[in-house]
Design a binder for this molecule. Structure first.
Ligand code: UD1
Length: 417
């Protein structure tokens, strides 16, 4: 099994180009199932989750050419509506094929994604909302068997809780439903806006009618579309934290700074110096890091996907900080490993109390999930000496060429087989 070896502590300096967003690519790839016409996608990231989604689509009968971040997908002969456990188990976003398959065929059998290390992560909100579009479903031996005897029928749905995946699944399904659908209390993550922009290019009829409400008028057939995936804001946020933690000096390119406004505000409060241009953020880390309290929240709040990374930074703050994790109940898997590196973090329910002034010590470490893994890389960059991080297949799910990008800005990091 591969691992990463990191020698710290080194100041990062230089420029990092941000890749396309994994979390925007996944629902957009699922949404291509709606179309009988060709779809051209640019700027897909080269990460494992995208490979998994492409394999899932191929198993459903999609014809796909993927080369140098560009993908051409032809679903004119796509005819299968069964998503197997083998392809959905490693990636929860597999459930996103349920909406488009139902919209297209009126029947689908899709494996339940199951739990994962950051929480139980059910799909009840997806299923209850789909049932309001006329879907009947049963769960048999780990599979959702869902059918819409009269086709999908537009409806008014108010999500009981903000869910990124459920919002995406319902938006996609509703584009081919009969009549009008109004979805309220939607997630409004930038990746959802990217999905909506893509669907509009495919000829679908969608319109935001208030901050968290979208109106979708069903169409019969979509058209050929070309779309370029937005930048990965979590990857960008991770490198901003990397600069702050190493007292580095980085230019983060290919981004839209206003999308990262919450993160930029937090990093400024902590003491980092940040300037922005149209597609660029410049950050200079400060020796003194100020403490701060943070709670994770749906966009535009502070993202749960950056909670582990910011925690590493707060370990170096001058005083105590508090992080409240309000999205996932069990997303503190990184804490035990960080404490092994000298951090002093205590957990109580969904709160982590972080004592500052940590001098990280290098160690042999174990990654547990995607964002926890990268937080260990950040801590290792700040620790004097040699750290090794095991189970990096988690990292490869969502970070394109992490070690290459870090090496280019001065990190001493290599992959061991
Ligand atoms: C997406 C992101 C993930 C991010 C998360 C929150 C992708 C591929 N993944 O995950 O990186 O961390 O948003 O920003 O885009 N919930 C239910 N029932 C449901 C659905 C969700 O109880 O049917 C709960 C979840 O367990 C969680 C909360 O709602 O506590 C939010 O989850 P959700 O927004 O749905 O996350 P994902 O779409 O899975």
């Amino acid at each position: 099994m591969q691992k990463l070896e990191v020698f710290g502590a080194i100041r990062l300096k230089g420029q990092i180009n941000i890749s396309g967003s994994k979390n925007a690519s996944l629902p957009i790839l699922a949404a291509t199932l709606l179309s009988k016409k060709k779809v051209f996608l640019n700027n897909l990231p080269k990460v494992k989750d995208i490979e998994t989604m492409i394999n899932l689509l191929k198993s459903l009968g999609s014809m796909i050419k993927f080369n140098k971040r560009k993908l051409i997908i032809d679903n004119s002969k796509q005819n299968k509506n069964f998503a197997s456990y083998n392809l959905v188990k490693t990636m929860r976003a597999g459930i996103l094929v349920l909406g488009p398959l139902l919209a297209k065929f009126g029947y689908a059998k899709v494996s339940l994604p199951g739990g994962c290390s950051i929480g139980t992560r059910p799909v009840d909100i997806h299923l209850k909302a789909l049932s309001k579009l006329g879907v009947k479903y049963k769960i048999i031996q780990g599979y959702v068997h869902a059918f819409a005897p009269k086709g999908l029928i537009g409806s008014k749905i108010n999500f009981p809780k903000i869910s990124v995946g459920a919002t995406e699944n319902l938006i996609i399904a509703s584009t081919l439903a009969k009549g009008t659908t109004i979805l309220s209390n939607c997630a409004i993550e930038p990746e959802i806006k990217d999905l909506v922009n893509f669907l509009i290019k495919m000829g679908c009829n969608l319109k935001w009618i208030s901050k968290r409400t979208i109106q979708i008028i069903g169409i019969n057939q979509s058209k050929e579309a070309i779309h370029s995936i937005m930048f990965d804001r979590i990857e960008a946020g991770t490198y901003l934290v990397a600069a702050a933690i190493t007292e580095g000096n980085l230019k983060i390119k290919n981004v839209i700074p206003y999308i990262l406004q919450t993160e930029i505000n937090v990093l400024r409060k902590i003491g980092a110096k940040i300037t922005t241009k149209k597609n660029e953020i410049k950050i200079v880390g400060n020796k003194k890091i100020k403490n701060i309290n943070i709670k994770t929240a749906p966009y535009p709040g502070f993202p749960t996907d950056l909670q582990a990374q910011i925690m590493v930074l707060l370990c170096k703050a001058n005083k105590k900080s508090l992080i409240r994790e309000d999205i996932f109940e069990n997303r503190f898997m990184h804490v035990a490993e960080l404490n092994r590196m000298g951090a002093k973090i205590s957990i109580s329910g969904n709160k982590a109390l972080i004592n500052g002034n940590t001098k990280f010590e290098a160690a042999e470490l174990m990654a547990t999930d995607l964002r926890a893994s990268v937080s260990l890389v950040l801590a290792a960059l700040a620790a004097k000496g040699k750290s090794q991080i095991n189970r990096i297949y988690h990292l490869d799910r969502g970070y394109e060429s992490l070690e290459k990008k870090l090496k280019k800005v001065g990190a001493r990091i290599r992959r061991l087989n």
